[in-house]
Write a protein that binds this ligand. Structure first.
Ligand code: FEO
Length: 171
């Protein structure tokens, strides 16, 4: 039996990851409306990755014989006043997700749930990449975003992102 607090936090994380997918889908829709297909593609792929994260947490509970309870996914708030806004919101969101992963890790550590700690190690590493990607996008937008040719090149770069399944796979 998994510790109740650990189980509840993991169950909540399914919802948080699905919200992340919904948030990035919202970013994708916004950039599509702005005519930036590459940015839209980047966030569409990101939304797929977030859905994968949700599924990994869900599968982990199931593999441990724990009950999964799905809750309503919150509506993303759409208040983007500039092309930079979603990028900054993305970094802020990933920092928040990192804090959630750390909270679950801390709860698992408290009850010596080494199995969950090992499962979470993948997410700890993944969050470093998630924050770095978000930070890089802000820096590139600061450097090149105000120049039309620079923005065009950035958009072309983001158009090349393709979806790949996560390296962590649970049977
Ligand atoms: Fe599921 Fe972007 O972290």
């Amino acid at each position: 039996m998994m510790d109740k607090k650990v189980r509840d936090l993991i169950n909540d994380q399914i919802n948080k990851e699905l919200y992340s997918a919904y948030l990035y889908l919202d970013f994708s829709v916004y950039y599509d409306e702005q005519g930036l297909d590459g940015f839209a593609n980047w966030y569409m792929v990101q939304a797929q990755e977030e859905r994968d994260h949700a599924m990994l947490f869900l599968k982990y509970l199931q593999n441990n014989g724990e009950k999964v309870t799905l809750e309503a996914v919150a509506k993303p708030e759409k208040t983007y006043a500039s092309l930079m806004d979603p990028l900054k919101a993305g970094l802020e969101h990933e920092q928040y997700v990192t804090s959630l992963i750390n909270d679950i890790y801390g709860a698992a550590y408290d009850v010596k749930d080494f199995r969950t700690m090992q499962f979470l190690d993948w997410f700890v590493k993944e969050q470093l990449e998630e924050e770095k990607n978000a930070d890089d996008m802000i820096k590139k937008m600061e450097l090149f975003g105000s120049d039309p040719k620079g923005l065009y090149s950035l958009d072309a770069e983001y158009a090349a992102r393709i979806y790949t399944a996560p390296s962590l796979v649970l049977d």
